[in-house]
Design a protein around this ligand. Structure first.
Ligand code: GLN
Length: 194
């Protein structure tokens, strides 16, 4: 199994290290060529944290937005963490345009945070268990469609959710030693491949 990691900007190396630890091959997707070259044997795609506006611009500049959107809509499992969640959202509050816009959630950027926007906590995640959560100026999911399942909440805010082949978190699971959320995603990828 091979999982692609969008490597335009942000915390992509940390995801690579987690997949490495789990014995899963990963490939950095830096441009359209990379995506097209690997698309047919990708079991999933991770979109890391970073700056969603920068990543959105790079996706557009490199003509990657439409092919990735189509692949997700065709069922490619995708895991968006923090800025990656924003990339997937159908609507971003106070922004005219969304980016990939495949997931039925409305998000508010830079909205989730105590202690100047960054903090650490632990909470229960459905299907995964109690996990550590590192927040860095994360987004809030302010509303969601019927097909979206809430997986975790902190302070009554949704911090992890899933809609079919799309898994998102407001926090950074790749910045802790806990690999269980990545294992959950790998399971989604395996189930899809069968
Ligand atoms: N604040 C960033 C954004 O709006 C997301 C932060 C992160 O990914 N840690 O894109």
């Amino acid at each position: 199994m091979k999982i692609g990691i969008l490597a335009l900007q942000g915390a992509f190396e940390e995801h690579e290290k987690v997949l490495d630890k789990l014995g899963v091959t990963s490939v950095e997707i830096r441009n359209l060529d990379d995506f097209q070259q690997h698309q047919s044997d990708l079991s999933g795609l991770i979109m890391p944290g970073g700056e969603s506006t920068t990543m959105g611009k790079l996706l557009r500049d490199q003509q990657m937005l439409l092919p990735i959107r189509e692949a997700i809509l065709s069922g490619l499992p995708v895991f968006g963490t923090c800025a990656g969640l924003i990339l997937l959202a159908k609507e971003i509050i106070s922004q005219e345009e969304s980016h990939l816009g495949t997931m039925d959630i409305v998000v508010e950027r830079n909205a989730y945070g105590r202690q100047l926007g960054s903090f650490y906590t632990e909470a229960e995640c459905k299907g995964v268990g109690k996990i550590p959560m590192t927040f860095i100026r994360g987004p809030i999911i302010s509303s969601l469609g019927e097909g979206v399942e809430i997986l975790a909440t902190v302070d009554d805010q949704i911090v992890a959710a899933q809609e079919k082949n799309m898994l998102v978190t407001s926090f950074h699971p790749e910045l802790t030693d806990d690999v269980s959320l990545h294992q959950y995603f790998i399971k989604m990828c395996k189930e899809k491949r069968q």
